[in-house]
Design a protein around this ligand. Sequence first.
Ligand SMILES: [Zn+2]
Length: 149
Amino acid sequence: MADRISTTQRSALMGKIRRADTKPEMVVRRLLHRLGYRFRLQWKAAPGRPDVAFPGRRKIIFIHGCFWHQHPGCRHARVPTTRPEFWAAKFARNEERDARNLALAAAEGWEALVLWECEIVDGPGLQAQLVEFVGPTRVLRQDEKLDLV
Ligand SMILES: [Zn+2]
């Protein structure tokens, strides 16, 4: 059967796929996998439903979008010029929620790391940061459950 997707369409499609894979969350997840960590996504048992959680280590990672979470001093965090009051109120609520979640997490004994999207670049810097935060990986005993890691 003839391939009905033109070369242009195909490369557009593949471009889309490639872009999806460079999303900051994917970069972090892929790196953690490569390093051999076991983790949960959107873990509901921790405050603020962190993007990545290591329940056994009691560590969580939030991946913040620079715009929605207003990364201080970041060029992606400019407040839109239309409806400034609306945005100011929205961002204030987001910041308040972020602060509350971090305080709650700390009170419950979770150690949290906040990563800003603009700073997530697949490479040795991020890798070192993750290993330093999460701690050394370890080999599971056969009777251990993956959930506990
Ligand atoms: Zn940023």
